[in-house]
Design a protein around this ligand. Structure first.
Ligand SMILES: CC(=O)CC(=O)O
Length: 660
C-alpha cells in the first residue's frame, strides 16, 4: 500500500525523535508545540542545504530565535536561495512549465531548459544593473515567461513583484511605483473571453509612471494577433525582447542570501487606502511552500499542478511551489469559463492534471451548466481538487463527489496574501466533510477566540494564529519602524491584555471538535442583527446554490437611531427573473437552512457585484457606501467593475430607514 508524504514524514520524525506521532492530531500538536523541531525536520526531509559557507546549528533552538510575533527570527545565520531548490530538479524528463491560452495555444518549457532560460534572463537583468535587493516588476498575464522572470530575479537576490494586466496603468502604478523598480517586464497583450486585449499602450503608460526604470523587456504573446496590427510605438521598441533574453547563453549562478532576505512583494487589495506591500523572505516561503505543497498537497515529481490564478493573486506565487517539489505547473491565461464552463475540465484531462486548484465560482458554474466532468472526460490522473478565493459551500463538495469522482480529495483552503499560503485545508488521509476545511495545517496554531482570549471549540470566534509561522511577512514595504505591519495584524481587542502577540486574521471561524474549520466570512463584515452575529459566507452558501442566482452579496448597514438594514443583492443567471416566487424561495431556503434571523430585509437584483481584482466581494467598502459614510473612500482602480459603486451609492441614498 502506498503511503502519503505526510504519513512518511510522521513515521520518520517518530522514529528519529522517539515520539509517537500517530494520527494527524498528534502530529499537528507536536508541530505547533515544538515549531523549532518541526521546521528543522521539514528542512531535513527536503535535504535543504545552507549556502555561502553558512551552517545550520546543531541545536533545535538555533531554528527559531525569539518566537514573539511580529519579528520572530527563523533560521538566523543561514543563507540560501529559493531558486536552488527549483534547480535541484532540472534532471527530470519532460516539461516543468506548460503555458496554455484560452484559444488552445500551448507551449512547454522543459526541465532541462529551465536553468538556461533563467540564466539568460538573469544575465539581461544584470546588464540593466539589477543586483541584490533591486526590484524587478512584471505587468503580465499568467504566462510561463512570468515564472522564468521571477526565478531570474530571485536568483540575483533581487525582489520580484507582479501585477496582472487586467489592472489599468494607474492601478498597477499605485502598487509597483512604490517599489521604485529598475526593470519592468510587460506583454503586448492577452486573450480573454474571446477577445484580444492589446496592452501595448497601457504598458507604455505604466512605464511612464515608473520613473526609476532603467530597462524594459517585452513578452510577445500576440502571435497571429500581431498580423496586420499597427507597429509598436517608440517606447516599445526600446524594450528588450524576452525571447532574445531567454535564448542568451549564460551560466546560472544564484546569490546566497540570508533566510529572511526579501523574495517578493505582494500587495493588499488597496480598496480603501494605499495598497500595502507585503514582503516575504526566501527561506520562509521555501519551507512553508514545501510543507503546503509537498506534505498537504502530497505532490512530488510525478505530479501536474494546475491552479487557475492570475499574477496579482497570491495563488500565482503558491502555484510556483510545484516546481520546488519537481511537479509540472500549468500556466493558463484566459477566461476560466471561455468558451464555456467545461474549459478547465478539458485542461485537466488533456494535461493529465493530478492537483487541480480552482474556485467556488468555477465549480458553481460547472454545476449550473449541468456538467458531468467525471463522465465526460478522462480524469484518471486527478487526485485532488483544491478551492479557494471564498468559502466552498457544502453542496459544492457534494457536487464534486457526485460529478467528478466519488471519494476524490477536496481541499478547500484558506490563508491569504499575508502569509502567501493556507492556514487550513484538506490533507491526505483525512476525511472530507462537506463545508469544512479538514485540518489546521502543520505549524499553524490556528484558534478561534472569544472576546476574552478564550479558545473556543464548536462556537464562532475570531480566527487567530498564536505561534509564529516562517512565511509571515519579513516586513511591509516602506514601513521602517514596522508600524503598518503591527497595525494590520496586532492592533486588536487583545493588544492590551496578556496576549498582545497573537495574529488576528480577520475571519470568523468555528473550530469543530474534530479539528476541522468552518469559515463564516470576514469578521469586519459581520452581519450583526440585534446583537446576533452572522457570517455572510453562510448566506452565500445557501443563495448561490439556487439555480437562478449567479451571485449573492449581503450587507449589514447601520442607519440612524439604531436602525439596521440587511439587503441581499443578487445577480441572476441568463434568462432568470427575480419574481415573487424566487424571492420566496430565497427567503424560505435561508430560513430553513440557517435561521429566521439570517433572512434579509430585502432581495434586490443588482447589475453586478463589485469585487477586488482578486475576486473578493467588497463587503466592507460597499456597506460604508450604502450607509452614506464619507470616511471610507474606495479606490476605483482596485475594483473589478468600478461603475457599479455609483449604483450601490444610489441604493443607499434611496433607502428609507425605519427605527431599529
Ligand atoms: C489561500 C487563500 O486564502 C487564497 C485567497 O482566497 O486569497
Amino acid at each position: 500500500m502506498t503511503t502519503s508524504a505526510i504519513e512518511d514524514f510522521a513515521a520518520r520524525v517518530s522514529a528519529e525523535r522517539g515520539l509517537d506521532l500517530t494520527g494527524y492530531e498528534a502530529l499537528w500538536r507536536w508541530s505547533v508545540d515544538h515549531p523549532e523541531q518541526f521546521w528543522r525536520d521539514l528542512w531535513n526531509l527536503y535535504a535543504l542545504t545552507p549556502t555561502g559557507g553558512t551552517v545550520l546549528g546543531e541545536s533545535d533552538e538555533d531554528i527559531l530565535v525569539d518566537p514573539t510575533m511580529p519579528g520572530a527570527r527563523w533560521f538566523p545565520g543561514v543563507s540560501l536561495n529559493y531558486v536552488d531548490q527549483v534547480m535541484n530538479h532540472t534532471r527530470l524528463p519532460g516539461a516543468a512549465i506548460v503555458g496554455l491560452t484560452e484559444d488552445g495555444g500551448r507551449t512547454e518549457i522543459a526541465w532541462s531548459a529551465l536553468a538556461p532560460q533563467v540564466a539568460g534572463v538573469a544575465a539581461t537583468l544584470r546588464e540593466f544593473g539589477v543586483g541584490r535587493g533591486d526590484r524587478v516588476v512584471a505587468y503580465l498575464p499568467h504566462v510561463p515567461e512570468a515564472v522564468i522572470l521571477f526565478l531570474a530575479t530571485a536568483a540575483l537576490g533581487a525582489v520580484f513583484s507582479g501585477c496582472g494586466q487586467d489592472f489599468a496603468p494607474a492601478g498597477a502604478a499605485g502598487r509597483l511605483a512604490q517599489l521604485e523598480p529598475k526593470v519592468l517586464v510587460w506583454a503586448d497583450g492577452y486573450r480573454y473571453g474571446g477577445k484580444w486585449i492589446d496592452k501595448r499602450s497601457d504598458s507604455a503608460e505604466l512605464a511612464a509612471l515608473l520613473p526609476t526604470l532603467v530597462g524594459q523587456l517585452v513578452v510577445r504573446v500576440a502571435g497571429q494577433e500581431a498580423q496586420g496590427r499597427p507597429p509598436d510605438d517608440e517606447m516599445a521598441t526600446t524594450a528588450v525582447e524576452f525571447d532574445v533574453a531567454v535564448s542568451r547563453s549564460a551560466d546560472l549562478t544564484t546569490e546566497s542570501v540570508p533566510f529572511d532576505h526579501p523574495l517578493w512583494v505582494l500587495f493588499s487589495s488597496g480598496t480603501t487606502g494605499k495598497p500595502k506591500g507585503i514582503m516575504h523572505g526566501h527561506g520562509g516561503v521555501l519551507v512553508e511552500h514545501l510543507k503546503a505543497v509537498g506534505l498537504h498537497g502530497d505532490m512530488d515529481s510525478g505530479d501536474v499542478f494546475f491552479w487557475q490564478t492570475a499574477l496579482s493573486w497570491m495563488m500565482w506565487n503558491y502555484q510556483i511551489a510545484g516546481l520546488l517539489v519537481g511537479a509540472r505547473i500549468i500556466c493558463y491565461s484566459g477566461h476560466p469559463l471561455y468558451p464555456d464552463a467545461d474549459r478547465l475540465w478539458q485542461v485537466v484531462e488533456s494535461e493529465k492534471v493530478s492537483y487541480f486548484g480552482t474556485s467556488p465560482g468555477q465549480l458553481q458554474a460547472s454545476r449550473k451548466a449541468n456538467l458531468n466532468p467525471g463522465a465526460d472526460h478522462d480524469l484518471g490522473a486527478l487526485r485532488t481538487i483544491g478551492s479557494t478565493g471564498s468559502t466552498l459551500a457544502a453542496d459544492l463538495f457534494v457536487w464534486v463527489d457526485d460529478h467528478v469522482r466519488h471519494g476524490i480529495g477536496v481541499s478547500s483552503i484558506s490563508g491569504g496574501t499575508d502569509v502567501v499560503t493556507a492556514f487550513a485545508g484538506g490533507s491526505p488521509g483525512i476525511d472530507v466533510v462537506p463545508g469544512e476545511l479538514s485540518v489546521r495545517y502543520l505549524g499553524v496554531e490556528l484558534e478561534s477566540w472569544g472576546p476574552d482570549c478564550t479558545p473556543l471549540v464548536g462556537e464562532v470566534g475570531e480566527m487567530v494564529i498564536t505561534t509564529a509561522m516562517p512565511s509571515m511577512p519579513v516586513g511591509f514595504w516602506d514601513d521602517p519602524d514596522g508600524e503598518r505591519y503591527r497595525k494590520a495584524y496586532f492592533d486588536h481587542q487583545w493588544s492590551t491584555g496578556p496576549r498582545p502577540d497573537v495574529w488576528r486574521h480577520g475571519d470568523w471561524v468555528t473550530l469543530t471538535e474534530r479539528g476541522s474549520i468552518v469559515i463564516h466570512g470576514r469578521s469586519d463584515a459581520t452581519l450583526n442583527r440585534n446583537g446576533i452575529r452572522m457570517g455572510s459566507a453562510d448566506i452565500y452558501e445557501v443563495v448561490e446554490g439556487i439555480e437562478q442566482i449567479s451571485e449573492g452579496f449581503v450587507l449589514g448597514v447601520d442607519g440612524p437611531g439604531g436602525a439596521y438594514w440587511m439587503p441581499l443583492f443578487v445577480t441572476l443567471t441568463p434568462g432568470s427573473n427575480l419574481d415573487e416566487r424566487l424571492i420566496t424561495e430565497i427567503r424560505t431556503e435561508i430560513r430553513a437552512r440557517l435561521s429566521p434571523r439570517h433572512v434579509p430585509d430585502e432581495v434586490i437584483v443588482a447589475p453586478g457585484i463589485p469585487h477586488t481584482r482578486t475576486g473578493k466581494k467588497l463587503e466592507v467598502p460597499v456597506t460604508a457606501i450604502l450607509a452614506g459614510r464619507s470616511d471610507v473612500a474606495v479606490d476605483p482602480r482596485s475594483v473589478d467593475d468600478p461603475d457599479l459603486l455609483e449604483w450601490y451609492r444610489r441604493q443607499g441614498a434611496a433607502h428609507t430607514w425605519s427605527r431599529g
